[in-house]
Design a protein around this ligand. Structure first.
Ligand SMILES: CC(C)(COP(=O)(O)OP(=O)(O)OC[C@H]1O[C@@H](n2cnc3c(N)ncnc32)[C@H](O)[C@@H]1OP(=O)(O)O)[C@@H](O)C(=O)NCCC(=O)NCCS
Length: 459
């Protein structure tokens, strides 16, 4: 991450874009309110129906300008922001390992400039009011493609889990507000993480929850958020980051696919769950996806706090097999895995001698189903870790599906990372059209296949 600014007169956002005519510049600056004009107050003053029409039009407009989803599209895209950043260029074949930008002597002291009418803030998530505001922003705006069918329903407990691991810092919860009414309209966060990349171990951050209010999209606010977060991370002496995205940016370290396993096929069909292709009748889907009533693995039980030490060893042994993996402390194992209702579930297999042989964990993401006559909510489970030394991973995973279903999850999602391919097809997961690309900031190293990735980053 770069810290100094040799080009002092321009804002960073201005530096990343080519020179434009005044007229064009004025058009791009339309989101920046003149004087006391507040864009939200203006929109909110319109009748509800008008607001919905505008929202629909914005959605169509947004889809028309969507960012690259695959390499072919990426090759045609001009990365006005990312081409200025220390990341490998698309198409470069990297064979060496190391930082891209060498450490800067000084880190910029002052925050990056925001357009008039907006201001930076730090969200202290130990304050319940700030947490509630973040919930509202994300739940109303975080969906990548809002066609008015789903909305995330992140709970405050989920956000605390995702954003407050050991050593989290409030200043890394970087927020943009409208000055007049203090409305939260932009956010990006970083949490500390020790990561092993091939043979190198690095303290870095995991960047998550990049979000801009729907009404301020496509106005280059994301690059300003990323630059400001980078500055705040640099201030703590860190200069590398790991992040994931569904879009292709320069340049994926690995490109993985999501696999889905229906737990409640009827409901998934009824709500038209995105990306799920059930090429069969509902009756057949119900039969095919039927699960046993009870789990089979002897000694399988929920994790307790007393298990932290043994789970730590099991995970570290398993994770050392991969080229990209977290190095977890025992405090982090406790934070990320200790069960919390509707946030994180972890199960262990305990042998007769009290020794733990296997562990599996998954986190839950809830959504609100909009405009449906029967269904109001949807629960997705995401595989976080699985490490086995005695049980067949497919058997442990089948039990995990049974447990997730009994807890009311509708679908189980897993990436084709780690050794997951060994059981995905066998357990009737099917590949979705959703990819997830892994990226490193300011670090180059050779690409890796998904089975060499030992890192799952919950949003
Ligand atoms: C992601 C989001 C903040 C981008 O904002 P936006 O208004 O669409 O885009 P902006 O005009 O502000 O900025 C565009 C720049 O940001 C980059 N960008 C967009 N999404 C990005 C992402 N997820 N990660 C990193 N950079 C991203 C674009 O590539 C572009 O840079 P480029 O010119 O180098 O290509 C916004 O679409 C959003 O809030 N989406 C919903 C939440 C979401 O999907 N978050 C990302 C989770 S990975």
């Amino acid at each position: 991450m770069t810290g100094s600014n040799p080009d002092k007169k321009l804002t960073e956002d201005e530096r990343d874009r080519p020179k434009k005519s005044k007229k064009k510049q004025k058009k791009e600056d339309a989101w920046r309110p003149d004087g006391p004009r507040d864009p939200f107050a203006m929109l909110d003053s319109l009748p509800e129906k008008k607001q919905q029409e505008l929202q629909k039009a914005l959605h169509l407009f947004y889809l028309g300008q969507s960012l690259p989803r695959n390499m072919q599209q990426a090759k045609k895209h001009t990365y006005r922001f990312w081409d200025t950043q220390p990341v490998p260029k698309l198409g470069d074949i990297v064979t060496t390992h190391g930082p891209i930008a060498q450490g800067e002597a000084s880190v910029r002291m002052e925050a990056y400039s925001l357009p008039q009418g907006f201001s930076w803030d730090t969200l202290d998530l130990s304050n319940p009011a700030a947490l509630k505001e973040l919930c509202t922003l994300l739940n109303e705006n975080f969906m990548e493609e809002d066609d008015n069918t789903y909305r995330f329903n992140f709970s405050q407990e989920y956000l605390q889990w995702a954003l407050q691991p050991p050593n989290w810092l409030p200043q890394w919860n970087c927020a943009v507000r409208v000055q007049t009414n203090k409305k939260l309209v932009g956010f990006v966060a970083a949490v500390p993480a020790d990561i092993r990349i091939y043979e190198t171990e690095k303290r870095m951050v995991h960047v998550k929850f990049l979000c801009v209010h729907k009404k301020l999209r496509l106005k280059r606010m994301a690059p300003v958020l990323i630059r400001e977060l980078t500055r705040r991370v640099n201030q703590q002496g860190l200069c590398h980051a790991v992040y994931t995205a569904g879009i292709v940016l320069p340049s994926p370290l690995s490109s993985c696919s999501y696999w889905h396993r229906p737990l409640n096929p009827r409901k998934l069909v009824e709500v038209s769950y995105p990306g799920l292709r059930l090429k069969m009748s509902l009756q057949r889907a119900l039969k095919l996806n039927r699960l046993p009533e009870a789990t089979k693995t002897p000694g399988l039980r929920p994790m307790t706090k007393a298990d932290v030490g043994q789970i730590h060893s099991l995970l570290q042994t398993n994770l050392s097999k991969f080229h990209l993996s977290p190095i977890l402390s025992t405090q982090e194992v406790e934070h990320w895995l200790l069960p919390q209702e509707d946030v994180i579930d972890t199960y262990v297999v305990e042998g007769h001698d009290g020794k733990l042989t296997d562990v599996v964990s998954f986190y839950g993401v809830s959504s609100t189903v909009l405009n449906h006559v029967v269904h109001t909510g949807l629960k997705e489970a995401y595989l976080l870790h699985i490490a086995c030394t005695a049980t067949d991973p497919a058997d442990l995973m089948e039990d995990t599906l049974v447990l997730a279903k009994s807890k009311g999850f509708d679908i189980f999602c897993a990436l084709d990372v780690m050794d997951n391919m060994s059981f995905l097809e066998k357990l009737k997961f099917s590949i979705s059209d959703k990819s997830l690309h892994y990226y490193l900031y300011n670090w180059m190293c050779p690409n890796m296949s998904p089975d060499k990735v030992g890192l799952v980053l919950p949003n």
